[in-house]
Design a protein around this ligand. Structure first.
Ligand SMILES: [Zn+2]
Length: 216
């Protein structure tokens, strides 16, 4: 109940201050519709809120959040594809100019996958997460080739970052994304959030490294 009453406090503040200050913005967004230039694929993790980190306003970001910020490969005949549906709408409907895959430190989904590989429990704890996290296998394979870090924390960070790169590759498997990359109307980006330091690291496709994004 304490949590809910704190949410009500926040809502009261939104009603009394935030919304009145943004009333015109909301009105414009209704009248003209939304036209965000950026789509973000982020994790469900409560500590990694893109709107907070990037200090955005309503209408700025089109977002899909799933466990471990994964993009599945293009599978037109698969089951229920929430993430692919969001991508399709953002790219072909809204014509966003950027898609960002935003990963982060201490990802519970990545940890669940690694625990399945390296943990003592043979029986997976989570039915749905285990299947979803199997999307990490290609990233894990690539990591194993390059030499998986021995230390558990290093290993997790390496997989979190390799997984972003794999999701970027999966984005390119969607024909409507391929076409826009070719035409130069869409750009793909990878980023990883260091929770403790409040730092955003950007993936550089040329060097394959993650470097802190300059804020100034
Ligand atoms: Zn996560």
């Amino acid at each position: 109940m304490k949590r809910i009453s704190s949410l009500m406090d926040g809502y009261r503040l939104f009603r009394s201050q935030t919304f009145p200050a943004q009333r015109q913005l909301y009105r414009d967004l209704v009248e003209r519709g939304q036209s965000p230039r950026v789509m973000i694929v982020a994790c469900c993790d409560s500590r990694v809120d893109p709107a907070t980190i990037l200090n955005t306003r309503p209408g700025d970001l089109f977002m899909v959040r799933n466990v471990a910020n994964l993009v599945p490969p293009y599978e037109p005949h698969g089951d229920y594809h929430g993430t692919s549906a969001a991508l399709e709408f953002a790219v072909t409907g809204l014509e966003v100019e950027h898609v960002i895959v935003l990963g982060h430190a201490y990802c519970g989904g990545v940890k669940a996958f690694l625990d399945g590989l390296y943990g003592a429990d043979a029986e997976p704890q989570y039915r749905f997460i285990t299947r979803w996290m199997s999307l990490l296998r290609p990233a894990m394979k690539g990591l194993a080739k390059a030499g998986t870090p021995h230390d558990a924390d290093d290993r997790q960070r390496a997989l979190e970052q390799a997984s972003i790169v794999n999701s970027l590759a999966n984005l390119e498997s969607f024909p409507f994304i391929q076409a826009r990359l070719k035409a130069g109307t869409l750009a793909l980006h990878g980023a990883w959030f260091d929770i403790e330091r409040g730092l955003l690291l950007e993936y550089d496709a040329e060097s394959g490294a993650y470097t802190p994004l300059e804020a100034d």
